[in-house]
Design a protein around this ligand. Structure first.
Ligand code: ZN
Length: 62
């Protein structure tokens, strides 16, 4: 993981919705970045519980 940062392949992007910092690919736009948690389909709900579940899933698959 650290090697990728050193190579500038990855960077931190701040989510414009929740303000959280997430690892984003260097080629992804960081302005107006929205994390996977905030970018869920509306029908998935915006509840804190749903967000935490999605965050856990994201970490598990990272
Ligand atoms: Zn977010």
């Amino acid at each position: 993981m650290v090697r990728f940062f050193d190579a500038s392949m990855l960077q931190m992007a701040t989510c414009r919705e929740c303000g959280g910092e997430f690892v984003a690919h260097a080629y992804d736009p960081t302005r107006g970045y929205v994390c996977g948690v905030c970018h869920m389909p509306a029908r998935a709900g915006k509840t804190r519980r749903a967000a935490e579940a999605a965050a856990s899933a994201a970490i598990a698959t990272a």
